[in-house]
Design a binder for this molecule. Structure first.
Ligand SMILES: [Zn+2]
Length: 74
């Protein structure tokens, strides 16, 4: 088990991934490298927030860029 181990740490809830599960833990092996990212739950939440943000901010431009000539557009 030598070498640099990379632990994924959620930057939102600070859970650490251990063998595929995300646990509330302060444990990091000696020499471990923490790689900050999102756990699946926080990733989903972040994506939802991004989608809401984009929907709110691009409502006007979407009409122009996505003009595909459907029945409602024509
Ligand atoms: Zn998280």
């Amino acid at each position: 088990m030598a070498g640099s181990m990379i632990f994924k740490v959620c930057c939102i809830c600070n859970r650490v991934e251990h063998n595929g599960s995300w646990l509330y833990s302060n444990y990091l092996a000696e020499g471990a490298v923490a790689s900050h990212g999102y756990c699946p739950q926080c990733f989903q939440k972040a994506m939802t927030e991004i989608e809401i943000f984009l929907a709110q901010n691009h409502e006007g431009s979407r009409v122009q860029s996505n003009h595909h000539g459907c029945a409602e557009c024509v």
